[in-house]
Design a protein around this ligand. Structure first.
Ligand code: KIV
Ligand code: NA
Length: 265
């Protein structure tokens, strides 16, 4: 009973098998996904929005990433755990990237690292891979650059599409084992998927990617407010959990809880 490896994911592409990825930020939730057979869990810097109460992913620190990644590793047995390098943890250059990635591998126990950018993160990717750290690349909409690019579909128009394709090939060339494509047109994602030997993982990138990822709180209906068009909700956890909290509150104020069976004599 070993963990999924990057070789398993490469083999799945060879067989034309699609696979799912979800984010996870804590041990208990991660254990549910692990037991449900989700092969890859991403400790995404979306923890900034979903778990830590920030407005964006930008403020997430290495300490926060290290602590939550370690929790996800402890909660799982089978899934490959991938951790994001947060904003500011690799932009200075390859040696900073290696130092921070090494921490997540050694201290938190993750099996792979994800970082944003193709061409612009090439040297970082090469050094991590040469050090034996599997790297997942993240292209298209890269939320750490929100202040420069906003949250818009990327790769529309010939020039931008060419750039996404060039970045994907550069990431693969540098040794990345997979490429996340976020909010790019479905046709472009299909073209990148055909052009690459390594798997593509889509989020808002159409049906032709080798894998699909969603933020778990979006997928399970826990995230409040309007969700992006690319999200499908498979549960209504916000309603379920809110209902449980209200029922508990009513029980306590109304004297319905605890009963004799919950008490010690
Ligand atoms: O942080 C995150 O959740 C991500 C996925 C959306 C790919 O990077
Ligand atoms: Na991320």
């Amino acid at each position: 009973n070993r963990r999924i490896t990057i070789r398993d994911l490469a083999a799945a592409k060879g067989r034309g098998e699609k696979w799912p990825m979800l984010t996870a930020y804590d041990a208990m939730t991660a254990s549910v996904f692990d037991e449900s057979g989700i092969p890859v869990l991403l400790v995404g810097d979306s923890m900034g929005n979903c778990h830590l109460g920030y407005e964006t992913t930008v403020p997430v620190t290495m300490d926060e990433m290290a602590i939550l990644s370690a929790a996800v590793v402890r909660g799982t047995k089978r899934s490959l755990i991938v951790a994001d390098l947060p904003f500011g943890a690799y932009q200075e250059g390859p040696s900073q990237a290696l130092r921070n990635a090494t921490r997540l591998v050694k201290e938190s126990g993750v099996g792979a690292i994800k970082l944003e950018g193709g061409q612009r993160s090439l040297a970082q990717t090469e050094l991590l891979v040469s050090a034996g750290i599997p790297v997942m690349s993240h292209l298209g909409l890269t939320p750490q650059s929100v202040n420069a690019m906003g949250y818009r579909v990327q790769g529309r128009g010939e020039q931008d599409a060419h750039e996404v394709l060039r970045d994907a090939k550069a990431a693969q060339e540098a040794g990345a084992f997979a490429v996340v494509l976020e909010m790019v047109p479905a046709g472009l994602a299909a073209e990148v998927t055909r052009a690459l030997e390594v798997p593509t993982i889509g989020i808002g990138a159409g049906p032709d990617c080798d894998a699909q990822v969603l933020v778990w709180t979006d997928m399970a209906g826990l995230t409040p407010g309007r969700l992006p068009r690319f999200v499908k909700q498979y549960a209504a956890l916000r309603e379920t959990l809110g209902g449980a909290a209200k029922a508990f509150a009513e029980d306590v104020t109304g004297g319905g809880f605890p009963q004799a069976e919950h008490s010690f004599t």
